[in-house]
Design a protein around this ligand. Structure first.
Ligand code: IVH
Length: 702
């Protein structure tokens, strides 16, 4: 279950208390102002909770400027009065907190809450958008909650806030302005290209961009509404439940979370709320924008009215906070590593920091151009992002924390592995030797268990073979003689014979394994299986153009282009594999060209009754048309299988093996310790079976 146990900061005495108040007020002013706080959200929350704890123990010491209990930490004021104050939200951090909060609310109104509304807490800035006669006339920030700043100059830059609504209504929409991850990347590029310094994260980027009046580069932001208020005249949606007001707002043409995978839903009980909270938390890493929690509201207006407001927050709503996915740490260096395809990729070395449950020391940096675009320097404080299983990434430097001692990141002048030249004609740099640069790595990959599965060919032997010049790639393995192998250290007669037998077994592996062994960028085990099943033979794969590749599920234009380029690059190697007797067909599949011909014929003959077409034959398989996700540890008849082998089983039985649960998932095979995928499947009403039940269903294919 979703829980955030962040401890309050320890404040020992009155001096420490005063210093803490000062730090929090400054951080809050920066956060709500230019968006450049020196504290990440976690550190700020801990500090304010520490201050609150100290104040409770020492009521006599409370300073007037304390941020406790104030909207926006008491940081900012504006000059446009709000029609109704823009309040904050109280927080809960755990299932128990949620239960007590809901019970407290029901006690207050003297009856059960009729219905709850549950929606994501969007990580941006609150905005009030005023529409008169259906036209957008003014945008105002939250400010101190009573009055905000007029930012109407940003009209036109914010998606989801149309200039005109579909009806000529007068209404004030309230919601959040944010940058999606893609908008943040685009804004970073535009701003650094224009000579500006990068924003630390999407939230600061939205805050800064909203307030800037004159800008020489274009930025785009996104709005999602979470409420609507009357503006001088009663609303047609007056007194409707919150959820129905949101449906009305969406019909007016403004964006609501309804168009996202974490749409607002209604719940009848606290148990249902918790399930939805867990489901939203599980979807977090896949969203196109940041969320920092889930907002739970009493849905009916009568319940809201009876609950009332405190000076800071409504009593009918609460924010269930999720763990922070972003932290600030220091970039101590950059390593350049050569992968098995010869790509030279930079990796950030960080001062270790805990983010979303794990300690991060490395993070992805895509390429040299990316480093320049982000204006990163060694010694910078940087924002790092990680959610769930997502590979940690460096978002941006925190520019206002620079001391002047930061150093440019040196780029390698030659391949850091072999010293040969770098091909920098593409954004991704590559050693001019390509796969040959790190032959040991590409051979090791090709002979791995999920590829050609050549047992007995360990790293030490591969090292020797490469060093002796006996092989330069894995096709050469199949030309090795008994005598060649006997020259190697620690290779006796028996191990040599075993190895030769393993080479023979590898020759019999189906096309998908051979294709996977090529180690083409953008293809793993399941993509290789899909490609092999789609084309049926290596010749058809070699002849395929980008359009044909896009017929394969999960292949878009970019990957299709990469595939055709890589396959052309590997043509000679593939030819040598074929000559060495490796299997170039996928058993049990009909080649694409034959399938297309049969389909054309069937269409022409208007499907005369009789023989099944290949597609119909597939439809008889037990998992035909089903998308299956496997998670947790396997038991019973599946206990001995690797995850890849279970996925192969899924596909033999006609299903599609997927790695993450989504609305398209048909079946989840959940073993022990299934975790978040199970929660997500439950919330999406996906059928869930045990490994034993699944094994029974596909017994004929085991
Ligand atoms: S409702 C009366 N719903 O969170 C306050 N707020 O910490 C009603 N926020 O100022 C706010 N997503 O800017 C509401 N779905 C959501 C929200 C949301 C983000 C922000 C909002 C508010 C802040 C409070």
């Amino acid at each position: 279950m979703t829980e955030t146990p962040a401890a309050a900061a320890e404040i020992a005495d009155q001096a420490a208390y005063a210093a803490a108040v000062q730090t929090a007020v400054a951080a809050s002013a920066a956060y709500y102002g230019a968006g450049d706080s020196t504290l990440d959200d976690d550190a700020f929350d801990r500090l304010v909770r520490g201050i609150a704890a100290y104040e409770e123990a020492h009521p006599g010491h409370v300073l007037a400027e304390s941020p406790v209990g104030k909207v926006a930490g008491g940081a900012v004021v504006g000059d446009v009065p709000h029609t109704v104050p823009m309040l904050s939200l109280d927080n809960v951090f755990s299932p128990d907190d949620l239960v007590s909060w809901a019970a407290g609310l029901e006690r207050r109104i003297g009856r059960p809450v009729a219905r709850w509304s549950v929606e994501p807490k969007l990580d941006g800035l609150a905005i009030s958008a005023r529409y008169r006669g259906g036209r957008l006339v003014q945008l105002v920030t939250r400010g101190d909650g009573t009055a905000g700043e007029d930012v109407s100059h940003a009209i036109g830059l914010v998606r989801g806030l149309p200039d005109r609504l579909t009806e000529p209504v007068t209404v004030e929409l309230r919601g959040e302005v944010l940058m999606t991850h893609a908008q943040f990347e685009a804004a970073t590029t535009a701003r650094t290209e224009a000579g500006g310094t990068p924003f630390a994260n999407p939230r600061s980027a939205a805050a800064g961009s909203l307030r800037t009046r004159e800008r020489t580069y274009a930025v785009e932001m996104t709005f999602f509404a979470y409420g609507a208020l009357p503006l001088g005249e009663a609303l047609p949606a007056h007194d409707l439940p919150h959820s129905e007001i949101m449906t009305w707002v969406a019909a007016l043409g403004a964006a609501t979370t309804d168009s996202t995978p974490v749409a607002g839903t209604t719940c009848a009980s606290v148990r249902e709320i918790q399930a939805r909270v867990d489901a939203i938390a599980a979807l977090r890493a896949e969203l196109a924008f940041g969320i920092d929690g889930i907002v739970v509201k009493a849905d009916h207006s009568a319940d809201q009215r009876d609950a009332g407001l405190s000076s800071r927050a409504p009593r009918w709503a609460v924010a269930y906070k999720l763990p922070a996915t972003e932290k600030i740490t220091k970039l101590v260096g950059v390593e350049w590593n050569v992968g098995r395809t010869g790509v030279i990729a930079p990796r950030a070395v960080l001062e270790p920091v805990e983010v979303d449950g794990s300690v991060i020391t490395y993070a992805t940096l895509h390429n040299a151009a990316d480093i320049a675009r982000r204006d990163l320097r060694v010694g910078d404080h940087v924002t790092v992002y990680k959610a769930g299983d997502v590979i940690p990434r460096v978002e941006a430097p925190v520019v206002h924390l620079r001391t002047g001692d930061e150093q440019p990141i040196p780029a390698p002048e030659c391949c850091p592995r072999c010293g040969d030249a770098i091909d920098d004609s593409q954004q991704r740099w590559r050693c001019v030797r390509g796969r040959g640069c790190h032959a040991v790595a590409s051979v090791r990959y090709a002979v791995g268990r999920d590829q050609l599965d050549i047992e007995g060919l360990g790293e030490k032997i591969i090292d020797q073979l490469v060093a002796a010049g006996l092989i330069t790639d894995f096709a050469d393995l199949f030309t090795l003689t008994r005598d060649d192998l006997l020259t190697l250290d620690r290779m006796g007669e028996t191990s040599t014979d075993n190895l030769l037998a393993a080479f023979d077994a590898a020759r019999r592996k189906p096309l998908n394994k051979v294709f996977c062994a090529l180690g083409i960028r953008g293809t793993g085990r399941s993509m290789s299986r899909r490609i092999a099943r789609h084309f049926g033979t290596m010749d058809e794969i070699r002849a395929a153009d980008a359009d044909a590749f896009q017929e394969v599920e999960g292949v878009g234009p970019e990957r299709a282009a990469l595939l055709t380029a890589e396959i052309a690059d590997l043509d000679a190697l593939i030819g040598r594999l074929a000559a060495a007797g490796l299997t170039m067909t996928e058993p049990g599949t009909v080649p694409r060209s034959a399938r297309l011909a049969a389909e054309a014929e069937a269409a022409e003959a208007a499907a005369e009754p009789g023989e099944a077409t290949p597609a119909e034959a597939d439809a008889d398989l037990p998992l035909a048309g089903l998308s299956v996700v496997v998670t947790g540890s396997m038991t019973g008849p599946l206990a001995a299988l690797t995850r890849n082998e279970v996925n192969e089983l899924v596909e033999r039985a006609g299903g599609r093996a997927a790695s993450s649960v989504s609305a398209r998932t048909s079946l989840l095979v959940a073993g022990e310790k299934a975790g978040s995928k199970r929660t997500k499947a439950e919330s999406l009403d996906v059928e869930i079976v045990t490994p034993e039940e699944f094994a029974a269903r596909v017994a004929a294919y085991l």
